[in-house]
Design a protein around this ligand. Structure first.
Ligand SMILES: Cc1cc2nc3c(=O)[nH]c(=O)nc-3n(C[C@H](O)[C@H](O)[C@H](O)COP(=O)(O)OP(=O)(O)OC[C@H]3O[C@@H](n4cnc5c(N)ncnc54)[C@H](O)[C@@H]3O)c2cc1C
Length: 377
């Protein structure tokens, strides 16, 4: 029997491959600190109360019945002894899990670049908890700002700043802008001109992954709906009720949503193997060449892209397909069959920019407006 340990979520498609196969030669265990699979592309809709969270959360135990699941935190990885130490429970006690094959798909973590006050004060948009916290914050601020005694506090309470003009930042600001403007009529003491929704982006135009034309279209639509966009600007520091920008401007606000940087999961530092900027280097078959039985994929891996000669981008589109290939390659390596290299051409990229409007580039063709939103949805 070959035991195979998968540490991940999106690459969890791998476990589904084993689930389908039900080969008694394999004992498969998925380890994750959360017991659900999260569909991140619609996370911003939870923050804006557009969707119920059950729409983007799938319980892992419901999806895999023939694969083991261990809900816990990976604390240590020993590639020489082929062991992973996992802690769990209210007392955080540990277990050691042995493996023949280990697949790492630990994703990424938010990078605050050491900017003063940002890690301590900013909200993030990566987990389900983040989206719920943001939604609660928006509602709490509206309630508080509506009271007479908080009159002087309205500017910091009603100014919301998002850092980062990529997919996560743009979709988040579009959603919270719609949510706040739709909610305002229910607060008798609040007026539209009291709201300030600000997007800070270091590049010349937002959504650079979609190209200049769609980026500028999204910029125009968001501005028409009252979003203030600061291109070529970064957040420099965050203090109570104040966000300082790289151009020296100070915004009176107590809410910063940080979507402006990710870095590889720090647990990878414990794995001595070839890496570049903290991400694990794998070959075309998704295996770490110098380490027996070690595989990696998703955001924590650098996967060669044969089409561009570079590395695959860190997207769910890639991670889920890489998962399938890893599963097939582990089975092939156990049965002594040839392994399959990973190859996938990005289908496209889409973003929702509020009010049933979207932007999309699919197979090189640009779409915008309702049709793009419809395709996204
Ligand atoms: C807001 C947002 C929107 C996005 N939108 C899109 C989109 O529209 N299209 C797209 O293709 N991609 C999108 N992405 C990117 C996509 O979510 C990632 O590329 C994809 O999830 C990567 O999969 P992964 O398995 O590598 O990592 P993740 O999906 O991040 O999974 C890592 C898992 O490991 C778990 N974990 C981490 N550390 C430990 C530990 N020590 N112990 C136990 N478990 C641990 C985490 O809980 C997590 O469940 C978006 C991301 C975000 C944040």
């Amino acid at each position: 029997m070959s035991s195979f340990l998968a540490v991940d979520s999106a690459g969890f498609t791998r476990a589904l491959e084993f689930e389908k196969r039900r080969d008694p030669r394999f004992e498969v265990t998925v380890v994750n600190r959360e017991n659900f699979f999260l569909f991140t592309p619609m996370l911003h809709e939870i923050a804006a109360s557009d969707l119920d969270l059950t729409n983007i959360v799938n319980p892992i135990r419901k999806m895999i019945r023939h694969v083991n699941f261990f809900c816990g935190d990976v604390d240590k990885i020993d590639i020489d002894k082929k062991e992973v130490v996992v802690s769990h429970g209210f007392d955080r006690h540990s277990h050691t899990l042995e493996y023949d094959h280990l697949v790492l798909a630990l994703g990424s973590v938010t990078n605050f670049f050491g900017l003063p006050g940002v890690a301590e004060r900013a909200l993030t948009m990566k987990s389900l908890g983040d989206a719920i916290q943001l939604r609660n914050r928006l509602i709490a601020h509206l309630e508080e700002a509506d009271t007479e005694c908080a009159r002087a506090e309205r500017p910091p309470l009603l100014t919301f700043v998002v850092a980062g003009g990529g997919f996560a930042g743009v979709e988040t600001i579009a959603s919270i802008n719609d949510f706040l403007r739709d909610a305002l009529p229910f607060y008798p003491n609040l007026k539209e001109e009291m709201l300030r929704i600000v997007l800070v982006h270091p590049g010349e135009y937002i959504l650079p992954e979609l190209g200049e034309k769609l980026g500028r279209y999204a910029d125009k639509k968001l501005r028409e709906r009252g979003v203030e966009i600061h291109p070529k600007t970064k957040v420099a520091a965050v203090r109570p009720n104040e966000i300082e920008l790289s151009n020296g401007e100070k915004i009176v606000s107590s809410t910063l949503v940080w979507t402006a940087g990710i870095s590889p999961n720090p647990i990878l530092d414990l794995v001595p193997c070839p890496k570049e900027r903290g991400r694990i280097k794998v070959n075309a078959n998704l295996e770490v060449e110098s380490v027996d039985g070690l595989w990696a994929l998703g955001d924590c891996a650098l996967v060669p892209d044969p089409a561009t000669g570079k590395y695959c981008p860190p997207t769910a589109q890639h991670a889920s397909r890489e998962g399938k290939v890893v599963a097939q390659n582990i089975i092939a390596s156990v049965y002594g069959a040839p392994k399959k290299p990973f190859s996938f051409k990005t289908l496209g990229a889409l973003a929702a920019i509020g009010r049933r409007t979207g932007v999309a580039r699919i197979f090189g063709v640009n779409f915008s407006g309702f049709l793009a939103w419809f395709l996204w949805r």
